[in-house]
Design a protein around this ligand. Structure first.
Ligand code: PMT
Length: 402
């Protein structure tokens, strides 16, 4: 959700500024471009060099700087941002904003900006509770400024109370929510499984399959783009993490189940992973030796948990919409209909995975969406387009739901 977003981060002068390099790193991990504006007092707590190193962007500090104003004036700093984030936001900068002061680069940029502003306050708890700060915050929120935190806890001054800046991860999450706002699946949570599972036989060998993860990852990407808070639990793939998605990497079916259970509760589940149905009955701690002339060792298998069936099981915590895939080579639609009933999922996507189709590992897919309303045959299209079409069906489903 934050992918490609341009953040102007104003770092004002509080001890929490030491968290800013980490904040920049967290935002960049999610695909943001972060440009930092460091106030004079902010520079007492964190160096421009540290911020420049992590942001890989020039750090702006002075209003009356020949080079800064020449290269990038305060108007452009704001114009080239999607949002202005002030972290830490001290009582002082909050007061200046409330009163429209413009006596340095940060406050001049803010006064000359029409971009959304989000602040992450950080200050001593008595400053936070002071009527002047309360009043200034009311003024700012009435103007549409959004506030993240602060948290309660031990403070640098040795006291305890409300006023700690929220952690960088929480600030990055809150920014994600800010950009999701207004999108059709905003406020919903989804869990998607993707890729193969690897079931170890010994430390070297495993049972696996040909799934590349392309289809599952495309679905997670599409749901996140629709504003859904999306967790992707993926077996081993060579794919990059889809932007705006929390990715949990697993190997085996049992690990995949545990990660899915941790991600609950969610509104939507899409099981696109090609989970190994069986695993070796006993995983060997040492490599099984090949002994020339002797028969190959027997491989005894045991059944893996059925993740889709467990997630779709009726109960009060069942996700509102559970979608499975059915990878079939024969009687594709009939087998998928039976699978939907057996696993009790709401929709199932029937997938012909015969070798000639190239579905496994390929970039295209031709599927049939089976629900209580009947069967919809979708044309052959890219896996990304399947993800987007499924996302749109999910949006329609929730907008039609009573
Ligand atoms: O990864 P790609 O190369 O892009 O290929 C995409 C795909 C072909 C893997 C994908 O589109 C697909 O069809 N995924 C489902 C693969 C599969 O295991 O199908 P199945 O018919 O064996 O299983 C039925 C359903 O139960 C699936 O939703 C599966 O995720 C789920 N399942 C199966 C077994 C198990 N132990 N746990 C499960 O959750």
């Amino acid at each position: 959700m934050l992918d490609g977003k341009r953040i102007l981060l104003i770092v004002s002068g509080g001890i929490a500024a030491y968290k800013c390099p980490d904040l920049v790193r967290r935002l960049r991990e999610r695909g943001c471009q972060v440009r930092c504006l460091l106030t004079r007092s902010g520079a007492e707590f964190v160096t421009a060099l540290a911020l420049q190193s992590v942001s890989e962007e020039k750090v702006y500090q002075e209003l009356f700087s020949l080079t800064d104003e020449n290269e990038m004036g305060h108007i452009r700093l704001s114009r080239e941002a999607d949002v202005i984030l002030i972290a830490p936001a001290t009582a002082n900068i909050i007061a200046k904003m409330a009163h429209g002061q413009a006596d340095d680069l940060a406050t001049t940029t803010l006064l000359a900006s029409d971009k959304p502003v989000i602040i992450a306050p950080a200050m001593n708890h008595r400053m936070w509770d002071h009527p002047a700060t309360r009043h200034n915050l009311q003024t700012l929120t009435a103007r549409g400024v959004q506030v993240i935190g602060p948290d309660q806890g031990a403070m640098a001054c040795g006291e305890f109370g409300m006023g700690r800046m929220s952690e960088p991860l929480a600030i990055a999450d809150a920014l994600g929510q800010f950009f999701r706002h207004g999108l059709p699946l905003a406020g919903r949570r989804a869990l998607v499984t993707s890729g193969p599972t690897f079931e170890a036989i010994d430390p070297v060998r495993f049972i696996g399959n040909r799934s590349s993860g392309k289809q599952g990852h495309a679905i997670a990407r599409a749901l996140a783009a629709l504003g859904c808070e999306t967790t992707l639990v993926s077996g081993p793939t060579r794919l990059a993490d889809p932007p705006g998605v929390s990715v949990v990497a697993v190997e085996s079916a049992r690990q995949m189940l545990a990660a899915c259970e941790t991600a609950l509760p969610v509104d939507i589940v899409v099981c696109a992973a090609a989970v190994a149905d069986w695993r070796a009955d006993q995983e060997q701690a040492s490599k099984i030796k090949k002994t020339t002339g002797r028969k190959p060792p027997p491989l005894k298998l045991t059944e893996n948990p059925d993740i889709l069936a467990l997630l779709a099981k009726p109960g009060k915590n069942r996700p509102a919409l559970v979608i499975g895939f059915a990878a079939e080579t024969d009687d594709v639609v009939a087998n998928a209909i039976a699978k939907r009933q057996r696993k009790q999922c709401d929709w199932i996507i029937a997938n012909d995975v015969s070798a000639a189709t190239g579905t496994f590992t390929g970039d295209f897919n031709q599927v049939h969406l089976i629900s209580a309303d009947g069967i919809k045959d979708w044309p052959k299209m890219s896996k990304s387009a399947v993800g987007e079409m499924l996302g749109q069906h999910i949006v329609d489903h929730f907008s039609e739901a009573p």
